[in-house]
Design a protein around this ligand. Structure first.
Ligand code: HEC
Ligand code: HEC
Ligand code: HEC
Ligand code: HEC
Ligand code: HEC
Length: 336
């Protein structure tokens, strides 16, 4: 936009604001004793896309999560909330929040510090309804994840010292191109018109929304033995992730391989084997060979779908998440 237009709009905004901008103070202040503070929905009125993505993430549900509530009520103390409903992590210590706990890992947990909203991008807006600390590199580093994912971070560091690996966000959050705030009415549309679009990442961090495993987990079919009517498949799983498979000590995690027997895409039978769990994870570079005996007849089967899945038996969690899949067709020749 032309410079003189910018000036006119700025003056108009400044006039409009001089009486009312103090009303934005609630975004950066909280009263612990009053148990009140900025809500995620307050941020969502300008950061519409970020709010929508976050609302659907594991972080937004870190407190309400049924399995967390079960464990928390069965004896977990305030110390759990330093990660499941934290106040501000930017200072390095994770302290429990006394308000809006149901919002789990909320916007202010990651972004608010000392009365300013910290973010990684160069500020381009004409007006900031709240103070902004721009170009804060913390948000592009793995350190922000380390605050709560300590063990995964330690695993990651061992690999990162040896070779170049993607950041946590590069794998766990889809890329986005957008302005920091999004207009919802005439006034805010005019404001956003001055903001530059930046390359950033989705806030919808959640395993069930991840792309398949980015080639970092490898599944090879070593052999298929068909001693009709039954058979056996031998496979090898290689973990090239910069952390364990599975990673994290909390919860209950099983990585399983499922072999589906298909006829014209219809599932005729299923065989399951455990690859690893949180007590015996596959570390980076580990290869696990597994032979799976197929319990059902292969007579009418035209192909096998081999699926690597992450399972949990915890209440309220997504029961099975597909990490990767491979289909092999059984030639009609061999089947006879
Ligand atoms: C777990 C920590 C975390 C939480 C919770 C979080 N953010 Fe972010 N946010 C980040 C990180 C990391 C980036 C930088 C992403 C990048 O540029 O790759 C970011 C970027 C941003 C940006 C600028 C770039 C963009 O995404 O358009 C805005 C605005 C923002 N967050 C607002 C919010 C709001 C509003 C909420 C709550 C609804 C929220 N954040 C919750 C970590 C968090
Ligand atoms: C009235 C609108 C409005 C509200 C409400 C609002 N913001 Fe912002 N926010 C903005 C604008 C405008 C910017 C500046 C963008 C720029 O300079 O490029 C911004 C910048 C940011 C940034 C820096 C983004 C980056 O790209 O580095 C973060 C982080 C952020 N806000 C978080 C929040 C959080 C958390 C809340 C709620 C507690 C919130 N904002 C509430 C309008 C708003
Ligand atoms: C303030 C603490 C905190 C920070 C910072 C944080 N996380 Fe989390 N994260 C959690 C908690 C708590 C959970 C468990 C939520 C649940 O399942 O109830 C979680 C869950 C996850 C999950 C599992 C999602 C699923 O669907 O089970 C992934 C992946 C994840 N975080 C990645 C990240 C990445 C990447 C970063 C850095 C950008 C990050 N987290 C920063 C606390 C945090
Ligand atoms: C090369 C891509 C990649 C990178 C880099 C990466 N992850 Fe992951 N992560 C994955 C994949 C794929 C899974 C799913 C397999 C699993 O559940 O263990 C996963 C799983 C997870 C889980 C969930 C474990 C579970 O099953 O509950 C968490 C938490 C997590 N990662 C955190 C992180 C953190 C923190 C970092 C950075 C220190 C990071 N990841 C770096 C790809 C990656
Ligand atoms: C240092 C940070 C931290 C603290 C403190 C913490 N957690 Fe967590 N919690 C996490 C992270 C990160 C995850 C998700 C990834 C993983 O398993 O590492 C998680 C996941 C969980 C899960 C699994 C959720 C699911 O559905 O998969 C439960 C249950 C849980 N925590 C309970 C607790 C309880 C109870 C306490 C207090 C005794 C507690 N946590 C303290 C960081 C923390």
């Amino acid at each position: 936009m032309k410079n003189y237009l910018k000036k006119i709009l700025l003056t108009a905004l400044w006039l409009a604001c001089s009486g009312g901008c103090a009303s934005f103070q609630h975004l950066t202040t909280y009263q612990e004793d009053k148990k009140e503070g900025p809500k995620a929905a307050d941020c969502g009125s300008c950061h519409v896309l970020q709010f929508n993505e976050w609302s659907d993430s594991a972080h937004a549900h870190a407190y309400q999560n049924v399995s967390f509530q079960e464990a928390f009520q069965a004896g977990g103390g305030e110390e759990c909330l330093g990660c499941h409903a934290p106040l501000e992590i930017r200072q390095g210590n994770t302290e429990a929040r006394s308000f809006n706990r149901d919002e789990g890992v909320s916007c202010i947990s990651c972004h608010l510090s000392q009365g300013r909203m910290h973010g990684p991008h160069k500020s381009s807006a004409l007006l900031h309804p709240h103070p902004v600390q721009d170009e804060d590199g913390f948000y592009l580093s793995v350190e922000i994840c380390a605050a709560c994912h300590g063990e995964t971070y330690d695993e990651y560091q061992v690999i990162a010292e040896r070779k170049e690996v993607p950041t946590c966000l590069a794998c766990h959050a889809a890329p986005r191109q957008r302005t920091a705030s999004q207009g919802t009415n005439f006034f805010s549309n005019a404001l956003v018109a001055f903001e530059d679009e930046v390359s950033t990442r989705s806030h919808g961090i959640s395993l069930d929304k991840m792309e398949l495993a980015f080639g970092s987990i490898h599944l090879a079919v070593l052999g298929l033995e068909q001693t009709l009517p039954k058979g056996r498949v031998e496979i090898a799983i290689t973990n090239n992730l910069p952390h364990n498979l599975p990673t994290g000590t909390f919860g209950e995690k099983n990585i399983k391989v499922t072999v589906r027997l298909l006829q014209a895409k219809k599932v005729l039978g299923e065989n399951v084997a455990i690859v690893s769990n949180e007590q015996m994870p596959l570390m980076n570079g580990d290869v696990k060979r597994i032979t799976i005996a197929l319990a059902d007849t292969l007579q009418h089967v035209d192909s096998l779908e081999i699926r690597l899945e992450r399972h949990t038996t915890l209440a309220g969690s997504t029961p099975a998440i597909l990490l990767l899949a491979k289909t092999i067709s059984l030639s009609a020749e061999k089947m006879r």
